[in-house]
Design a binder for this molecule. Sequence first.
Ligand code: URA
Length: 267
Amino acid sequence: MSQDRTLNNAELLSVLDWYRAAGVDLAMGEDPVDRFAQKPPAASAAIARPAPAPTAAPVATGPVGGDPSEARRLAGSAGSLEQLQAILGDYDGCGLKLRATQLVFADGNPDARIMLIGEAPGAEEDRQGKPFVGRSGQLLDRMLGAIGLDRTQVYIANTVPWRPPGNRTPTPEEMELCLPFLHRQVELVAPKLVLTLGGPAMQTVFNTTAGIIKMRGKWQDVRIGTHEVHAMPTLHPAYLLRNPAAKQQAWKDMLSLRLEAEGLGLL
Ligand code: URA
């Protein structure tokens, strides 16, 4: 059924809510553009004609296509976590920043010997500026609590520090730009144990295309940046919320983390 009338405020707000829930969080322009109706410019004409003068304000596409070597240089210049956070706060190379509310750098204890690495901030993390504070964060707290740990005994970060629009997985380009900062963060924290949460974080940290179900629960020695560390992937709490039966496997992994930490004299 189509209605040919102007929407009232309550209806407009619910349309906005619907867009937000669907992951639309950036207004690109005042008027819709039907790009399917546009004809591609003829190649020869495009070469012959002088560049048109700019008309409307540019659409906020942002600084996409940053330079990974610049990201590496900047990350490498940080001598402390505070400096790294400040550098990331000023860094405009990754387009994710443009659509995020704020930087989500880390939570927990920077002196902790156990580091947890998730994928990317979600909506609640984006609002609060801290990793794992939404529903999956609450489950993560319970998982830590089940082995006698809390956030004062671990340090928590993500592979990318800005929320991808609509919680999509970061693109390989975004990952490449953010990875030097994660590497530096790990070097500066210098944890003895790393737990990665979920498939994308595992693939990034272990530099593998293997699946999480096959890899979870297995300890490996990996180099993250220049830091060599004992690391294990486990399932992401968000996955456990959707698949409660998998909590049994996550529980085994958490026990393994506890035993490994005790074995190293960390607890
Ligand atoms: N999921 C993540 O991977 N990281 C967060 O910070 C929150 C949810």
